[in-house]
Ligand binder design. Sequence first.
Ligand SMILES: Cc1cc2nc3c(=O)[nH]c(=O)nc-3n(C[C@H](O)[C@H](O)[C@H](O)COP(=O)(O)OP(=O)(O)OC[C@H]3O[C@@H](n4cnc5c(N)ncnc54)[C@H](O)[C@@H]3O)c2cc1C
Length: 461
Amino acid sequence: MNNEIEKEFVVVGAGLTGLTTAYTLTKAGADVQVLEVQNRVGGQIHTYEENGFIFESGPNTGSISWPEVKELFESLGDSCSLQVADESAKRRLIWKGTQFWALPSSLSTALKTPLFTWYDKFRILGEPFRAKGTNPDETVGELACRRLGKSYVDYAINPFISGVYAGDPMRLVTRYALPKLYRLENEYGSFIKGSIAKAKQPKSDRDRKATKQVFSAQGGLSRLVEALTSAIGMERITLEAQNITIQPLEDGRWQVQYIGKDGETVAVIAKKVITTVGAYALPKMLPFVDEAVMSRISNLEYAPVMQVSVGLKDAQEGDFRAFGALVPQCENKQILGVLFPSSCFAGRSPEGGVLMSFFMGGIRHPEMLKKSDEEVKEIIEHVLVDMLKLRPGTHPDVFHVFRHEHAIPQYEKSSGARFEAIEQIESQYPGLVLGGNIRNGIGMADRIRQAVTMANEALKG
Ligand SMILES: Cc1cc2nc3c(=O)[nH]c(=O)nc-3n(C[C@H](O)[C@H](O)[C@H](O)COP(=O)(O)OP(=O)(O)OC[C@H]3O[C@@H](n4cnc5c(N)ncnc54)[C@H](O)[C@@H]3O)c2cc1C
């Protein structure tokens, strides 16, 4: 062994979860080392700037659905500012037939919209009186079909699940994938009754920090990563740490071994280790875990997603005043949807221009990621004219394709067994915590909340 160092905590992975965990620990005065395999921090988060456009290769926005999101930005102070989307973000478009339609936002638009059938529009009046489901593993699609009707599944739930999970509503299990929705039916008997009851519930000042607002960071999400990194201190973050393996020691501590960027083998002896990597990375990292137990975690499937950033200097008076536009599966188009970040956040495109972020692939079309950049450009240029009604011959001024093989974990039926396996490992091996998007949700708000919770728990022991 070339090197052996001692630390209180090791955090594996320097994405949003790992950095927020390390930040929370460091702020409490703990001695932390973060180990990251790549030569950069941020994981899925990466902001780029080109010709006046500020665009993301991974997540574009999150939702302030937990108080921990606001608290994290408050705690970072002037080093990073929360950017809340403007009113346009409330407008969401869905493709049907030959054009995009706004999702209804009032009773009158709900009645007029061509997205849903008249039968389902009237049937929804009976939603509060419909019986509760009995299958705990009911999928999001089955639940929505039972309570709302097929046209709502096709033109609301299906595109929504594409937008969030790049997944299939008939495979995602509600209690794992959308636990808040599951609880509305389970605790209140109905989505409508549950939403009304929840709105009436008294809220503490802290609860009120959680909202439905959409967020980014001023200048892009990498500014959040940079603020976390500088607060932790780059000396506490090791990049290009290859072949990380974690082993329990007889004295109750942990040995985390890796090969450093100069080829040297380093061992960190730590009281606690927190992993935040994807399920696919865990079997090699935790060789001491029983294979049968580990396979219940490593079988987690990830939707592959291709994100295409497109900047147009001339928006051609197109109506992009919306968060984005989604395409239902039954409409058979080559994109899952498109976001309009420049409509929601100032400074993302030059004056008069528009920034778009297209999503393709997902769980149902992994083959899309195999297309060459030229083929993708051809598809996008067709979409700009055919679906977004821009002038024929419109060419992007900025065009970048980002492929994510392991973009979004799918919380399907196997999730229950995975959560049990994680708990089994953690109780068998105290001091080892398995975090990241293998549990507790897939969005950035979930990641921040999990990180803060894990760090606070770790500090207690
Ligand atoms: C295309 C795309 C769009 C998204 N859109 C949204 C959105 O609109 N809203 C939203 O809220 N969320 C969105 N997400 C999800 C969001 O990006 C994640 O919730 C969040 O960034 C995940 O952070 P993380 O730290 O848990 O994981 P990651 O960012 O994946 O970080 C894990 C880190 O671990 C490192 N690592 C992996 N293996 C090893 C190893 N063997 N050794 C050491 N280190 C390792 C990785 O390099 C990485 O840095 C999107 C994700 C993608 C890919």
